[in-house]
Design a protein around this ligand. Structure first.
Ligand SMILES: C[S@@+](CC[C@H](N)C(=O)[O-])C[C@H]1O[C@@H](n2cnc3c(N)ncnc32)[C@H](O)[C@@H]1O
Length: 281
């Protein structure tokens, strides 16, 4: 099998799949765990323009990866874990020892000077804030209140393994269009945008950099369309909604994905929702 995927059988480079270090809205670990998707074979580079918590990258750890996101602080955290691990881990230990309600709000309000200090602040807040949410106020400051979770460092944390997986990756803070436009023949792009659908009207909310408007969905389809003409293959998850199916009518193969979620911790009460997988090569 012609593949550059590190986790592929026969590549001789199989690595243990890793859980992401971030709790991130829309994380895609379930996609692999449910057995509904695995990375296809490809010979070029792996490009992931909506990195988020990096669940897809850490699951398969493809070689020659170019990872990006429009969240500057998130990319900075990945860079620090790749390049400055020991000081970062020491700062995480300090935050874990000091964690309290007062400490959370004090650290949240600080404008820190160095990338490593900001990265540890980011991960500490991600793990202790309400529901792992990321939200900024008008001034661009993180403003999510403290949550109920007290654990700052988990037994299962393996920062050296995350750092090792990130060695050799290119990490960039940028808009998705620039990332997709960079893809060339034989590259593979995994795309997991925010699930905006046409009726949301959320394009009117201009202040929040994480808002993905309908116009961005159209821009994404157009960028993908150009990439396909250059011989790029892709897989995209998106909302299983008629506006998305219409936007991609006649474009790639469409498959419905089933998502089961546990309600109130009781696995007997499971709710099913669906998402859309669109692939093309
Ligand atoms: C659904 S999440 C990706 C989740 C990821 N697949 C995971 O498993 O954790 C979508 C990501 O897109 C990013 N994003 C939103 N608008 C973007 C844009 N215009 N360009 C690049 N990234 C964007 C957000 O910051 C967020 O991290």
């Amino acid at each position: 099998m012609a593949t550059d995927g590190r986790a592929s059988e026969g590549s001789g480079m199989t690595r243990r799949p890793l859980k992401p270090f971030l709790k991130w809205a829309g994380g895609k670990r379930w996609l692999f765990q449910s057995g509904q998707f695995s990375l296809p074979s490809f010979t070029g580079r792996y490009i992931e323009p909506f990195l988020g918590g990096g669940a897809v990258f850490f699951e398969s750890q493809p070689k020659n990866a170019i990872l990006s996101d429009c969240n500057r602080r998130l990319i900075e955290l990945f860079v620090v874990i790749r390049d400055d691990l020991q000081p970062f881990e020491a700062l995480m230990q300090n935050h874990a020892s000091a964690h309290s309600n007062e400490y959370y709000y004090e650290l949240r309000s600080k404008q820190l000077e160095t990338p490593t200090a900001r990265a540890a602040q980011f991960l500490y807040l991600n793990r202790t804030c309400w529901n792992g949410l990321y939200r900024e106020n008008l001034k661009g400051n993180f403003n999510v209140p403290i949550g109920t979770k007290q654990t700052v460092i988990f037994d299962a944390d393996d920062f050296p393994a995350w750092s090792k997986a990130l060695q050799g990756t290119h990490l960039k803070h940028r808009d998705f269009e620039e990332a997709i436009d960079e893809a060339e023949k034989d590259d593979f792009v995994f795309i997991d945008p925010p699930y905006t659908v046409r009726h949301n009207m959320n394009g009117f909310i201009k202040y929040n950099q994480n808002i993905f408007a309908w116009n961005d969905q159209v821009r994404l389809r157009d960028a993908l369309s150009r990439a396909r003409e250059r011989g790029v293959s892709f897989a995209m998850t998106n909302a299983d909604h008629e506006s998305i199916r219409e936007l991609y009518a006649g474009f790639g193969r469409h498959r419905q994905l089933a998502r089961y979620s546990v309600i109130a911790g009781k696995s007997v009460h499971r709710a099913q929702s669906t998402e859309l997988l669109i692939t093309g090569d």
